[in-house]
Design a protein around this ligand. Structure first.
Ligand code: DC
Length: 221
C-alpha cells in the first residue's frame, strides 16, 4: 500500500487539495481533523469543558466513531448520526484543537487512522501524520501558507456561504490555533524531517493541486 502524509496548519487548503489529489491518483482521502472535530463535538454535546482532561477521557469509551465513503467523500458518524456538517463550526474548531492536545484522545484515534492506511492507498491529512501516525509513509508533504493568506481564504469561504466573517477575528483564531497545535506536548504540529514543504501562499487552488500531485508522482514512480 502507498501512503501519503499531508500535514500542515489550519487553513492551508489541505482538505480541498488532498481530496482533489486523491481523486486524480485514485487514492482514498482520509481527513483526520474530522475525527478530532467529532470528539470535540461529542464533548460540547455532553456539556463537558474541553479543557477538562479527565472529563474528556471519561467520554471516550462511549464514543463510537466511524467513517463512510460516499462518492469519494468522507462522511463521519458519531453513533448513527452523520455529523459531517455539524463539525465545521468555529466553536467545534476550537473544541477540536483543545481535545487534540489530550494524549488519550490521540491514542484513541491512532489505531483507527493506521487501519485505513493498511487497507488502501491513502492520502491522509492532519498535523502529525508524517511524524507519528504513518512515520513510514512513502511521501510526506507539509503544506503551508502565511497566516494572513489563510485568514483571507477562510473569510472569502465564509462570505460565499453567506455566513458572518470578520477577517481580524479569523486571523486571531488561526494564530491561536497554530500556537495550540504546535506547542502541545503530544504530537505537536511540525514538519517531519523527511517531508517536502509546499508553500501555497502565492499559489491558487489549481496550482496547489498540481504541485501536490506532481510531488507525489515523482516520489512513487
Ligand atoms: O484540520 P482540522 O482543522 O479539521 O483539525 C481540527 C483540529 O484537530 C486542529 O486544531 C488540529 C487537530 N488535529 C490534530 O491535532 N491532529 C491531526 N492529525 C488532525 C487534526
Amino acid at each position: 500500500m502507498i501512503s501519503v502524509a499531508l500535514d500542515g496548519p489550519a487553513g492551508a487548503g489541505k482538505s480541498t487539495i488532498a481530496r482533489r489529489a486523491a481523486a486524480e491518483l485514485g487514492f482514498v482521502y482520509i481527513d483526520t481533523g474530522a475525527m478530532y472535530r467529532a470528539i470535540g463535538l461529542a464533548a460540547l454535546k455532553s456539556n463537558i469543558d474541553t479543557g477538562d482532561v479527565e472529563a474528556v477521557k471519561a467520554l471516550l469509551p462511549g464514543i463510537s466513531l466511524h467513517l463512510a465513503f460516499e462518492n469519494g467523500d468522507q462522511h463521519i458518524y458519531l453513533g448513527d448520526e452523520d455529523v459531517s456538517s455539524d463539525i465545521r463550526t468555529e466553536e467545534v474548531s476550537m473544541a477540536a484543537s483543545r481535545v487534540s492536545a489530550i494524549p488519550a484522545v490521540r491514542t484513541f484515534l491512532l489505531e483507527l487512522q493506521r487501519g485505513f492506511a493498511r487497507e488502501s492507498n491513502v492520502i491522509m491529512d492532519g498535523r502529525d501524520i508524517g511524524t507519528v501516525v504513518l512515520p513510514d509513509a512513502q511521501v510526506k508533504i507539509f503544506l503551508t501558507a502565511s497566516p494572513e493568506e489563510r485568514a483571507k481564504r477562510r473569510t472569502i469561504q465564509l462570505e460565499e456561504k453567506g455566513e458572518k466573517a470578520d477577517y481580524e477575528t479569523i486571523l486571531a483564531d488561526i494564530i491561536k490555533r497554530d500556537y495550540n497545535d504546535s506547542h502541545r506536548e503530544t504530537a505537536p504540529l511540525r514538519p517531519a524531517a523527511d517531508s517536502i514543504i509546499v508553500d501555497t501562499t502565492e499559489l491558487d487552488l489549481e496550482q496547489s493541486v498540481n504541485m501536490v500531485v506532481n510531488t507525489i508522482r515523482e516520489k512513487i514512480v
